[in-house]
Design a protein around this ligand. Structure first.
Ligand code: SF4
Ligand code: SF4
Length: 131
């Protein structure tokens, strides 16, 4: 004959009722990232000289650098957060943030562009009147 007692279940219910829930109400309540979490790549264009080292060191070709156009682009969908670009950048332009990148809804490449010097203002040219 199968016999069981309600006592263990009652204890479990009471224990759970008096504790905080084991899960969070994500995304309303988010865990603070651990200090060494590899979350996402951050880039600062100010000191970048477009040497392309980071692009060559990236094992997944997530970074594309154009010297002449002065652009630096990253495909977060390809980045595996290996840290290679950060360790090899001579100017310290790349860093690792510990907050995770928001979910990618589409394939997008984030491009940074260093503004070129503005073109010189055109000067009026004296034109001789027609004879
Ligand atoms: S290695 Fe650094 S300085 Fe060189 S292109 Fe990459 S981010 Fe810019
Ligand atoms: S962390 Fe690694 S995979 Fe991501 S961009 Fe840098 S070198 Fe490429």
């Amino acid at each position: 004959m199968f016999s069981w007692s309600i006592r263990p279940i009652a204890e479990l219910v009471l224990r759970n009722a008096s504790h905080k829930p084991a899960t969070r109400l994500y995304p309303r309540e988010r865990r603070t990232p651990f200090p060494r979490t590899r979350g996402q790549i951050a880039f600062r264009i100010d000191d970048c000289d477009f040497c392309t080292i980071c692009a060559h060191k990236c094992p997944t070709q997530a970074i594309v650098v154009h010297r002449t156009e002065k652009t630096w682009a990253i495909d977060h969908g390809r980045c595996i957060l290996c840290n290679n670009c950060i360790e090899n950048c001579p100017n310290g332009c790349i860093s690792l943030r510990n907050d995770p990148h928001p979910p990618l809804r589409a394939h997008e490449i984030l491009t940074f562009r260093k503004d070129h010097a503005p073109p010189p203002t055109p000067q009026p040219v004296a034109v001789a009147p027609p004879k």
